[in-house]
Every structure is written in C-alpha cells, then in structure tokens.
Design a protein around this ligand. Structure first.
Ligand SMILES: [Zn+2]
Ligand SMILES: [Zn+2]
Length: 556
C-alpha cells in the first residue's frame, strides 16, 4: 500500500465520521493525518513500525492504524463505516459543494440517499428550507450533480435530445451524407445509453472525420462505436444509399419486435425502398410508428389495421398537478394561471403539498381556506379560464389521506401520492396504495411507484391489482410527465386502459417553465398506445367539469 492509498482511507474515514455525526475530534485528527501522510517524503511501507508513530503529527493510535493497513491492506474502522453508509452517499462526496456536514443534513433530515433524489429535491426547492443551504448553494449543487450525472454516460431522453438532433445536423452539413437517428432514441425510450445512426457515408470517411475531431473509435463489422468529450456512446451503422430505409427499419425496432417481424415476414427486408413506410406497405401491414415497435403483439394489431391514434402534445387541454409558492413551487397561483392561459390551456389544477409534507411547506387547513378564497377571486377575473382547487395529499403510512373528510370535501379533486417512507416491500406498498385508492376522495393516484429514473427504483407494486382497484374505485392513474419520473411506467398503460382506467399526463410543475415537461409524458404515453380519449388532461374544460361531477358521486 502506498502513502496515497493510506491517506485516502483516512480522509474517507474522517468524512464518514462527520456524515454520521460521530466524534468530530477523531475525524479532524484522521483528516490531518491524511494531509501529513500525503506529503511524507518516504513511503510508510519502508519505515520500521516503531518509527511510524514517532512521525510528527501521527502518534500511537494513528500509527497503529497505519500498520494495520500496511499488514492487511484494510482499515477495519473504515470498513465498519462503509457498511453502515448508503452507497449513494459516496457518490454525493464526489459532488462539488457537498461536504460531509451538508451530506449529513441531506441524508438525515431530507432522507435522501442518492444524488438523483437530491437533484430532484433541488428542483422542488426542498434544500433551501435547511440550515446552510441558500438558493445559491442549491443551484450550485444542482449544476454539479447534472455535470456528474452527464459524465456517467447515461441520459434521460430530455437530457440528450438537443444534443442528438444538433449532432445529426452537424454531421449532415459537414459531411454531406444522410444520418438518420435510430434505435432507442427513435423509439422515444425514457433513458438513453447510446445514440445510434444509420448512414450512407463510407466507413473510412466517417472514421477519418471523427478521429480528426478527437473521438475515440472502435471499428466493428458494418458498425463503428465512437465516444468524444460529450461522453455519449454513439453507434453508426453503414449501408448503401438505396438501403438506408431498410437499415433504418432494421435498427429501430426492439429485439422482440424485430424477431417477431422476421418470423412473420422472412423475405420482407431485401427490397429497396425510398421510405420506411414502404417496408410495411410491401407486406400489407399498417405502418407501426417507431415508438410502438417494442412488443411483438403490435404486429398483429398492425395486420388488423388497428394501430391506435395516440395522444399528441397539442391534444393536452389542461394542466393537472401543479405546485405554487403556497407550498414548494416558485410561482404564484396567478402566474401559474396566466402562464397556462398564454400557452392556450383551458384550465389549471393547483395541487400544493398537504400538511405532512412539512419539508415542502405543506398546507394546514387555515391556509387551504385562504387559498380557496384566492382561487375564487382569480377565477372571477380570469374566466372562462378556470383554476381547480386540488391538493397533492400525502398517502400516510397507513394508507389514509392527510386531512379529515371535512377538509377533503373542500377540494374539486385530490391527487394522492406517497412521499415518505419509500423503502417498502411490496406487501406494505400495496396495502398503503390500495387503502388510498379505496378512499372516496382520491381522484388521481400520483406517481405510482416513486421511481426516479437513473437514480432510484420505485417501491415494488403489483400493477394488475392496482389497476383493478383503480377501475373499481374510478381512480385515475397519473403518468407523471417529469422526465425523471415518467411514472406510471408506460409498459402498463395498455393494461390500465383495457380495464377502462383513465390515465392523466401531468407535469407536476413547480414553476410555469415546467409545463413543457408535458411533452415527455406524451412521448412516454405514445409508447403505451394511449389515446387522447383515455387521457384526463386532454379533456376540454367542459368534459373535465363533467368528469368531476361524476367523481362527486363517490363522496356521497
Ligand atoms: Zn409528488
Ligand atoms: Zn407534485
């Protein structure tokens, strides 16, 4: 073991002691030992044991720990701390601006254990409520986390989209060949691990171009893999110009889809086509849009000419699930409403956090009354635009909602979501969710699993049972459109709609600017084959009011 490794161990130990809030004096002495060891002119491994503790600033107890490491390669005290520290906290240590003290706050007070969750909390302005975190610190932490995550090479669709399109344009204009985005990106996958293109340029010319631009290249049969300073894995598939669209077809579908296609139409691929649609036409099958080329079953649906007319961004008529500055949002209710009007929406559902969400300044009944008064006044002013009174009620540990029936009955609709104690087994999660779904005041089940893409798996749920319960109790399932949530998972949409359950594409917006997230919800919903008739936020104001009227019947 060299001095650097020993110093690193001491430094990490010092940080972990601080994160756990243990003996601060000990932490300080380990940190200063690390500093001294790093600067030693001689390697500790070349010194005799008794000489080590005589070194300036080392002493007997640290000397013993150095010898332990030299002998065993381990530091037991450090191992003990590593075991009792959530893995995500080690990643947090890599974020600029996040020292052990701040990490301790984030972990113990906000119950956050991964940087993805922390990033989400920054977006919700949750950090600013704690000592040592101002608006500027929160912004710095957010920026460094984004930087760090981008360096991991995995991206949310929303994070890679601009780059993907810009890079395609750049290649086409600088090289004068066709480059068509394909693969997961073309299928609107929620998470992207690599960007893929089909191109008619010859392999050598592209290799030359990319190498000259400092991309590292790996050449394979008919394919090159490249990576540059953007840290995005890129794959290029080569073909002659006449086969471009067949190649595009072959590289777009999932493995499952392509396997089923080849079995159904073994001779379909050799034809020269000038449009991808012709591949389908030549086989007398309706065109399957890229986003639906996931499961094999879609081929039969296409054969029966029954591809769904999926929802589009322009079909969204109202903004459901938003937070104002009454809880943890950034804008006033009026700003949110005017922002929605400016963009042509017909209505807005204000659903601030409920009282148990103390970290988000959740609303107590007196403030709910005041908020409803304000909404009444705004509605008079802004008509025919309409603001609806809602709440994002915490689903408490026992599955009950966060207010008594009196308070709950004052809302036009209630969104019920889990925000606390997310570490649950399926049994516990299901008991909690099913109780909330059965509550007659629940209108929408918010972000069903609590997942944060690339950062936190949701708690386990049994979709079939939840969908059945929502059908029985006429509860709408949200498709939370925040690009890091996209929860419920689109893979279960068809199962829900087949049982008559409505989905609602909701931005969960904490500011006017976040209305644009609706688009990511729509892209995911399209993958689930959702139509605008099956989506609550596509309802016109009149239809939405009628829907709420019918929901009222549950409360009696
Ligand atoms: Zn929520
Ligand atoms: Zn929310």
């Amino acid at each position: 073991m060299d001095n650097y490794a020993i110093a690193d161990n001491f430094l990490l130990l010092a940080k972990l002691i601080d994160i756990h809030g243990d003996n601060g004096f000990k932490a300080k002495s380990y940190a200063s030992a690390a500093f001294i060891i790093e600067k030693l002119p001689a390697q500790l491994s070349t010194l005799q044991a008794d000489k080590i503790s005589e070194l300036r600033g080392i002493g007997a107890s640290i000397g013993k720990k150095i010898i332990e490491q030299l002998h065993s390669g381990r530091l037991q005290e450090l191992d003990t701390y590593i075991i009792k520290t959530p893995v995500g906290l080690f990643e947090m240590l890599k974020i600029k601006g996040l020292g052990p003290k701040k990490i301790a706050t984030v972990w113990k007070e906000l119950e956050i254990e991964s940087i993805g969750e922390l990033l989400y909390a920054c977006n919700e302005n949750r950090l600013m409520l704690y000592k040592g975190f101002g608006g500027k610190t929160q912004q710095n932490i957010k920026t460094s986390i984004e930087f760090y995550l981008n360096n991991q090479g995995h991206y949310l669709f929303s994070q890679i989209e601009v780059f993907a399109n810009a890079f395609t344009k750049r290649l086409e204009s600088e090289l004068n060949y066709t480059f068509l985005l394909t693969g997961d990106f073309r299928r609107q996958a929620e998470v992207i691990h690599k960007l893929e293109w089909v191109t008619d340029i010859d392999q050598q010319s592209l290799v030359t171009y990319l190498t000259a631009n400092e991309y590292t290249i790996e050449e394979k049969e008919g394919l090159i893999e490249a990576k540059g300073s953007e840290n995005v894995a890129m794959h290029f598939y080569f073909t002659e110009a006449v086969h471009l669209y067949v190649k595009l077809f072959e590289t777009t579908g999932s493995h499952e889809f392509m396997h089923a296609w080849h079995e159904a139409y073994p001779n379909s691929i050799n034809s020269n086509v000038t449009k991808e649609e012709q591949v389908f036409l030549n086989n007398q099958v309706a065109f399957v849009p890229p986003y639906l080329r996931e499961q094999a079953s879609i081929i039969n649906i296409a054969r029966a000419n029954a591809i769904p007319q999926v929802v589009n961004v322009c079909d969204i008529r109202g903004i459901i699930h938003t937070h104002s500055n009454w809880s943890d949002g950034s804008n006033t209710i009026e700003e949110m409403a005017r922002g929605a009007m400016d963009k042509g929406f017909e209505y807005l559902v204000i659903s601030d956090h409920s009282k148990s969400a103390f970290y988000a300044n959740g609303l107590y009944p007196d403030r709910i009354k005041a908020q409803h008064q304000l909404i009444r006044e705004l509605n008079e002013e802004l008509a025919p635009f309409k603001i609806f009174r809602s709440i994002e009620s915490d689903i408490l540990n026992d599955g009950s909602l966060d207010y008594d029936d009196m308070v709950l009955s004052s809302f036009d609709l209630v969104i019920a979501s889990v925000h606390s104690n997310l570490k649950m087994n399926e049994e516990k999660a299901m008991a909690r969710l099913l109780a909330a779904i059965a509550n007659p005041y629940t209108t929408i089940l918010g972000h069903m699993t609590g997942r944060l893409l690339l950062s936190r798996n949701g708690y386990p749920v049994d979709y079939t049972t939840i969908i059945e319960a929502c059908a029985k109790h006429k509860v709408v399932i949200e498709l939370n459109a925040h690009p890091r949530r996209l929860d419920m998972n689109w893979r279960h949409i068809e199962q829900a709609t087949s049982k008559g359950v409505l989905i609602s594409i909701d931005p969960d917006a904490h500011q006017v600017d976040a209305f644009k997230d609706i688009r990511y919800g729509v892209l995911a919903a399209q993958k689930g084959g959702l139509t605008s008739q099956q989506n609550l936020s596509s309802f016109t104001l009149k239809q939405f009011e009628y829907f709420l009227l019918k929901q009222q019947a549950k409360r009696r």
